[in-house]
Design a protein around this ligand. Structure first.
Ligand code: GLN
Length: 194
């Protein structure tokens, strides 16, 4: 089975490890460049993208992450992880960097105060068996998509999941639902790439 890392700097690392294991992958924490070099695919978890960005910088992970993503390593980002995979953030905090790779512009905390946290049924292209329970927590949305990127889920007219090559991003958190279909789709992407 493929070895899939979870970037373990901050965020809901444990939940992603459990979801990947349930989807049949061998899941490991990744905190150091040597650990990154040993995985076939990577999940960037939900959490706080500004904190993940600062810690990735402090741990010397930005260049290794960019190099692996550029080289085609399958990578899945949920929520803060989606922000980390965006080529551009509309409203970055000062000093906030991304790994990039998906030709999109995301807006952080996009759904606004009245709607900071909610759940909605979301149909995801490539995930069989009906909609997933989309858990949105101070979630971003995709403001605009470039030519190489494809929307795979929308909510109220906003793109909330994207594929580009071996990269996948969701504004919501399947790792919090006990439904492992999104992680299973990602594990299939990793299997297809090794
Ligand atoms: N609002 C957070 C950010 O900007 C993302 C929230 C989440 O991952 N649940 O990073």
């Amino acid at each position: 089975s493929p070895v899939i890392g979870v970037l373990a700097l901050q965020g809901d690392v444990r939940e992603h490890l459990a979801a990947l294991a349930a989807a049949g992958a061998e899941a490991r924490q990744v905190r150091r460049p040597e650990e990154l070099a040993a995985v076939d695919g990577l999940v960037i978890p939900g959490g706080e993208s500004t904190t993940i960005s600062k810690l990735a910088d402090a741990f010397g992970l930005f260049e290794p992450l960019r190099a692996r993503v550029r080289a085609g390593m399958p990578t899945y980002g949920s929520c803060a992880g989606m922000i980390m995979l965006a080529d551009k953030i509309l409203d970055p905090r000062s000093g906030q960097e991304t790994v990039g790779g998906i030709d999109m512009i995301v807006r952080r905390n996009a759904f606004g105060r009245q709607n900071e946290s909610f759940e909605a049924a979301v149909e995801v292209a490539g995930v069989p068996g009906g909609p997933v329970d989309g858990v949105f927590i101070r979630a971003p949305w995709v403001e605009s998509l470039g030519a190489g990127a494809r929307s795979v889920a929308a909510f109220e007219g906003r793109t909330v999941a994207v594929r580009q090559g071996n990269l996948l991003a969701t504004a919501f958190h399947p790792e919090l639902t006990g439904d492992h279909r999104v992680h299973a789709m990602f594990a299939d992407m990793v299997r297809a790439a090794v």
